[in-house]
Ligand binder design. Structure first.
Ligand code: F6P
Length: 568
């Protein structure tokens, strides 16, 4: 067949021909360029691991990266942490002076920042031998064995401590912010001590006369008034506040007779951090309800009395890789040693719980779920035990003393109920344990129960994951811990439901190793990527960004003023 084409038809056909060639070349080039993650995900598991580890070596946060961020973002950074709890406590025990590291996630999270810039840490000197171990200004270099930064201890009288720490902070704000059904108690006397101690810490900071523009990281609900006091003393100070516990809804917060004072004190900060967006939202709602301020959810900021404060979530993390890590091959021997140490046989399934003895941690509820589990699955009697570490805290507060008795009585009652068994269902240790001991327990366990009734984050959940380099063990985690927002491959439970928790315990001890490994691997990625250095890094980056924006605003304002002056 003879097809005759006109000149324009020939032009169209040849254009189409060249277009097709060009498209082919483009498609070939597209497939040749480095594989995007979308494509990588379809690759083999090993390929995926390789890609992930490459990405992590490039982006994973560590102490070095944090240090460079500090020096790149701030001019001769002088970072100062202010917290109630000190990172090193000296106690007198007979003729000996003992050094104690408090069981505090706050301390482990903040120390890398202060170390990185040889900074300053101001805290309450609470140890019985603290005074004799410090100079006349309450100062000493720490860590004692390898000094890297300065600790300044503030001395608080017993009377002030009672009103500020036991009273307003822990009998008022603590139950106010946690939904754990313990009624907050507010008194004028405690409030006055809270104000006084906040002023005392502001003075301790002012006395330092730090050069340049100090960056102050105020920690927690003990110091809601401090940001304002610091700004009054030295307006150029960059002040941030991290609130380690939840923030309640506006209605609940409104119970506090000094709600406006607290919000005003906090909003003098340049940056406020919470663990979750949910707590930021509750904070915005409280500000809207009780202050005349402009809340801007778009920019996550509040303008109050002409000052702009940014409010954002920064979920706190743990050290990764774990500083207490051991070879995977040593796990089995260590597990046998732990079981022997606690007087337990080697062939059992072991659960652990590690908490401060606090009513928000749901320890009594947890014991009841263990009782129910054994009731529903009697085949596990004698083949199961649960070790609970509960470190005593805030013992001068009546509710805490009551709780200790309640914890002891419940464990005893349950063990007596199963007294015929050779293996006790619950082994309770009401005493503080070292980080090393706790990590041994994490590694020996088949599952870890982290079931707070309400918690800002809960670092035990993340520590358990960081301890399981062997990819074994199951995390059972409360929906009401901030950590549940990230660790959705744990078995998530409602701690108020003994039935749900008992079912999860059964699921955990029956879980095949392959499923344990898969869940642990995913949670491990989350915990390693959002480690403590990532937390500190993102918080400091935000402070530096806030300061940059403020500098810009001030210079624009100045220029505008000069312009107005010149043209008037
Ligand atoms: O979880 C809130 C918190 O204040 C932490 O920041 C702190 O490490 C922990 O409670 C311990 O409390 P305390 O210092 O009262 O023993």
């Amino acid at each position: 067949m003879n097809i005759e084409l006109t000149e324009s038809q020939v032009a169209i056909v040849s254009a189409l021909f060249w277009l097709a060639i060009a498209f082919g070349i483009l498609a070939w080039l597209y497939h040749k360029k480095p594989a995007p993650l979308r494509v990588t995900l379809e690759h083999s598991k090993r390929g995926l691991e390789r890609v992930r580890s490459t990405v992590q070596t490039v982006t994973r946060w560590n102490a070095e990266r944090l240090k460079s961020l500090l020096f790149d973002s701030f001019d001769k950074p002088k970072v100062c942490v202010i917290s109630n709890r000190e990172p090193y406590i000296h106690n007198r025990e007979g003729a000996l002076t003992k050094l104690l590291r408090p069981a505090s996630g706050l301390v482990s999270a903040l120390e890398p920042i202060v170390k990185a810039c040889s900074g300053l840490w101001i805290a309450h000197g609470s140890g019985s031998a603290d005074r004799e171990m410090s100079d006349k200004n309450g100062k000493l270099q720490v860590p004692p064995e390898k000094p890297e930064y300065l600790l300044k201890r503030v001395w608080i009288s017993k009377e002030d401590e009672d009103g500020y720490y036991n009273g307003f902070a822990n009998e008022g704000l603590w139950p106010l912010c946690h939904i754990a059904h313990t009624r907050p108690r507010f008194s004028e006397g405690d409030w006055n001590k809270y104000v006084k101690v906040n002023q005392q810490f502001a003075k301790a900071m002012a006395d330092e006369k730090l050069p340049g523009r100090p960056v102050v990281l105020v920690q927690d609900y003990h110091f809601a008034l401090l940001p304002k006091l610091l700004k009054q003393n030295r307006p150029e100070t960059l002040v941030s506040l991290f609130w380690h516990i939840p923030w309640p809804n506006a209605e609940t917060f409104g119970i506090c007779p000094w709600r406006e004072n607290l919000l005003t004190g906090m909003l003098a900060s340049d940056l406020i951090g919470f663990h979750t967006q949910f707590h930021c939202n509750n904070f915005f709602a409280s500000v809207e309800r009780f202050l005349e301020a402009k809340v801007d959810r778009e920019t996550s900021s509040v303008t109050h009395q002409g000052h702009v404060c940014t409010i954002k979530p920064f979920p706190i993390g743990v050290d990764w890789p774990s500083p207490h890590a051991i070879e995977d091959s040593a796990f089995e021997d260590e597990r046998l040693a732990i079981l022997a140490e606690f007087g337990l046989p080697s062939e059992i399934k072991l659960g652990v719980g590690v908490d401060r003895a606090d009513y928000t941690k749901g320890i009594v509820e947890r014991f009841r779920s263990i009782e129910l589990f054994l009731e529903l699955h009697p085949e596990w009697i004698d083949r199961f035990s649960f070790i609970q570490i509960a470190s005593p805290c805030r013992t001068k507060i009546a509710r805490y003393a009551e709780l200790s008795s309640e914890i002891k009585a419940t464990a005893k009652e349950i063990n007596e109920r199963f007294a015929y068994a050779k293996v006790p269902p619950i082994v309770l240790k009401l005493k503080q344990h070292s980080h090393e001991q706790i990590h041994k327990l994490y590694r020996a366990a088949d599952f870890c129960l982290v079931t707070p009734l309400h918690d800002g984050m809960n670092l035990v959940a993340k520590e358990f994951v960081s301890a399981r380099s062997d990819m074994r063990g199951v995390l059972i985690l409360s929906h009401f811990a901030g950590a549940a927002m990230e660790l959705d491959h744990a078995l998530l439970v409602n701690p108020y439901s003994a039935n749900e928790c008992a079912k999860a315990i059964h699921q955990a001890i029956m879980m095949p190793p392959s499923e344990q490994a898969e869940r642990m691997r995913i949670m491990g990625e989350q915990v390693s990527e959002r480690n403590i250095y990532a937390w500190a890094g993102s918080f400091l980056s935000e402070i530096s960004e806030v300061s940059r924006r403020k500098g810009l605003r001030t210079s624009l304002f100045k220029r505008e003023k000069e312009h107005l002056k010149a043209t008037s």
